[in-house]
Design a protein around this ligand. Structure first.
Ligand code: G16
Ligand code: MG
Length: 220
């Protein structure tokens, strides 16, 4: 049976979390409160709308619908200004190598991200051609840890869910992969991502033999 590989974007392919943080911090400061890097951890893998809800909770701010919508736009405009300057030097170590390894073997590859800006980011860093399917914040109704994003990706690739491998840096993403009955691979802190089937700090730790074992595995 055919296997498929699904990559999360932020924290797996590129470190856009730092740009999300700067944009959210600017908004928080404008609204009169601090927003720390630790608090930003709560935002990983979470939708833009949910992030703003959490941010306003932190600042103890009640917003009208108009204000809420305005701040959503404002944050995204600031975020896009950072994205605009991105290039392929911001691809995380060995990500391109792993993508090329899979491409050489004709393995179908999908993106499974909560971001509505996924496509322009992949374009900026020149990785768009690697992806057979892009499932992002525009095509999904239920956020991670719901498995929807990964199930749609598997479907688009024409691969059974239990023959898919998911790379994720967020707890909610690992839970989503597990709920989809996919092989879950945590990229980042092993203790935080302890629900994953396998853990790596980054792709430089991943051997060709390990990738090969994932490709050969029939299903989870
Ligand atoms: C990413 C980030 C989240 C961000 C979300 C939505 O998810 O981890 O912090 O809030 O996308 O992004 P946007 O505002 O661009 O739609 P992922 O799933 O790629 O890690
Ligand atoms: Mg992520």
């Amino acid at each position: 049976e055919k296997v498929g590989f699904i990559f999360d974007l932020d924290g797996v392919i590129v470190d856009t979390a730092k740009y999300h943080y700067l944009a959210w911090r600017k908004l928080a400061n404008e609204l009169g409160f601090e927003f720390t890097k630790d608090q930003n951890e709560l935002f990983k893998g979470v939708s833009r709308k949910r992030c703003l809800e959490i941010l306003l909770d932190i600042g103890n701010i009640t917003a009208t619908q108009d204000q809420f919508d305005k701040w959503m736009v404002e944050k995204n405009v600031d975020y896009l200004a950072y994205i605009e300057k991105m290039n392929s030097s911001e691809i995380l170590p060995d990500v391109a190598k792993v993508l090329q390894y899979l491409k050489n073997k004709n393995i179908p590859i999908a993106l499974g991200s909560a971001s509505k800006n996924a496509r322009p980011i992949l374009e900026k860093v020149d990785l768009l051609p690697y992806f057979d399917s892009i499932v992002d914040g525009n095509s999904v109704t239920k956020a991670k840890p719901d498995p929807e994003v990964f199930l749609i990706a598997a479907d688009n690739l024409g691969v059974a869910a239990n023959s898919c491998v998911v790379f994720e840096d967020a707890v909610a993403g690992i839970q989503a992969a597990n709920a989809a009955n996919m092989v879950s691979i945590g990229i980042g802190d092993t203790e935080i991502l302890n629900e994953a089937d396998y853990n790596f700090n980054d792709f430089t730790e991943m051997s060709d033999d390990f990738l090969e074992s994932l490709i050969k595995k029939q299903h989870k």
